[in-house]
Ligand binder design. Structure first.
Ligand SMILES: C[S@@+](CC[C@H](N)C(=O)[O-])C[C@H]1O[C@@H](n2cnc3c(N)ncnc32)[C@H](O)[C@@H]1O
Length: 405
């Protein structure tokens, strides 16, 4: 209700279109294109790209955005993955619920911003997909969880160094291993930390004066060898330029290359790949505050969902029906649009089903109902039993059904 009122009010306010509109916070967004996807409807569409790496689609950059849309994709082919920022246009209505029930919580509620729910105040989705190829103004994608016709508002290259947390070099290590003397320190993360500790910190995790880089004890570890820093422009080794941003003159890799990470840090990074409970994470960071490589953690429900991975089987009849589908562009009907073979389609259908695509309501209240979904040109009928899903029927999607969705 509140949202509706607000929507009305906002409609009454004329957006300021003009040179200052961005500064004024007016959101000017236009789709750069629309997804063509192997998923026609929300039902059965994977909840995340990781569920089905074979799910394919493409995105053609619209001519209404650029005169030469293909120019906007120059260089993108050098990336293996891209972020797709899109609008959940089939939500039906705007959502104003602060708490949602993600399927992995099996009915329990949590704050919307701690989930990837499509039902959020601004229906913006974010998906990391594999970029198969770029041809002219079209991107060919795989591993998508987005339905056909979805408006896309942006594409960004996936850069692991930017898009995943990088280990922070422990303060003491940086100081200890630094080839710089204190007053030669370059303006980078090092000098930021240095500045922080200059003001005597009361935090227990900060080095005490005994172990501070200023103490004679720690100075012993500083190699007295300024020649090691020949690659660094001279002006950057002056503290006067305190406000200089690290990235402007001193790319971080210089430190990474010169000072390999401590083994504990490596270990923490690997641990981080495993299930990281809040408790474990806070213990680990508390125990090892100076080596915060295990900074990324997620709640257990994300990785240890209370929903079992299902076994998937096909009845002989369904399997036979699937085997009749032909590769794209081959003669004969029915044919796939995205999948290259019936085996590939079978694998994709299995991936979708083993993650249990049903809503919590359906899973709990309508266990014995048939479940339908479509994938590429295939309409799938299946049912769920205890710990398994069984595909009963595979039919070609009727053209009129495709047009309606
Ligand atoms: C849980 S969301 C996650 C999407 C994205 N990876 C994210 O984290 O923002 C994925 C689900 O959104 C739904 N969906 C996909 N495209 C949609 C669209 N255009 N409008 C509404 N819902 C959509 C599908 O049901 C799919 O299973």
């Amino acid at each position: 209700m509140q949202c509706e009122d607000q929507n009305k009010k906002e409609k009454e306010v004329q957006p300021q279109i003009g040179s200052n509109s961005l500064e004024a916070g007016t959101i000017l967004t236009t789709p750069i294109g629309y997804i063509e996807s192997c998923f026609m409807t929300k039902n059965g569409t994977p909840r995340q790209p990781s569920v089905c790496s074979l799910s394919r689609g493409c995105l053609r950059i619209s001519k209404s955005v650029f005169n030469n849309p293909e120019h906007s994709l120059i260089g993108l082919e050098q990336f293996s993955h891209v972020w797709i920022v899109f609008v959940f246009h089939k939500n039906g209505r705007l959502s104003c619920k602060a708490k949602v029930q993600p399927p992995r919580l099996n009915g329990a509620k949590t704050g919307v911003f701690s989930t990837r729910s499509p039902h959020r105040p601004n229906a913006i989705g974010l998906t990391l997909v594999r970029l198969e190829k770029v041809e002219g103004s079209t991107l060919y994608l795989s591993g998508i969880d987005i339905i056909h016709g979805t408006p896309v508002v942006d594409i960004k290259p996936y850069i692991p160094e930017y898009d995943s947390p990088q280990p922070t070099i422990p303060f003491e290590d940086v100081q200890r291993k630094s080839p710089y003397k204190q007053d030669e320190s370059p303006n980078c993360a090092l000098s930021e930390t240095y500045t922080e500790t200059e003001e005597k910190s009361t935090r227990p995790d900060q080095p005490t004066s005994d172990h501070s880089p200023h103490s004679p004890d720690s100075e012993q570890h500083i190699p007295d060898n300024p020649s090691k820093i020949t690659d660094i422009p001279k002006e950057t080794s002056k503290l006067e330029d305190q406000n200089l941003k690290r990235t402007e003159k001193m790319p971080f890799p210089i430190f990474e290359d010169q000072y390999p990470r401590e083994p504990e840090c490596e270990k923490a990074t690997k641990d981080d790949l495993l299930t990281f409970t809040q408790e474990k994470a806070s213990k680990s960071t508390a125990a090892n505050n100076n080596c915060r490589t295990g900074e990324s953690f997620v709640p257990t429900w994300v990785r240890d969902a209370p929903v079992a991975i299902l076994k998937v089987r096909f009845t002989p009849h369904a399997e036979k029906e699937l085997m009749q589908f032909k590769a794209p562009n081959s003669t004969g009907e029915p044919s796939f649009r995205y999948f290259q073979s019936p085996e590939e389609a079978k694998c994709a259908i299995s991936n979708v089903l083993c993650a249990d695509p049903r809503s919590v309501y359906r899973r709990k209240q309508c266990q014995d109902r048939l479940f339908y979904f479509s994938l590429d040109t295939v309409h799938v009928t299946c049912w769920f039993g205890d710990g398994f899903a069984e595909v009963l029927r595979i039919q070609p999607i009727r053209e009129n059904a495709k047009a309606q969705s």
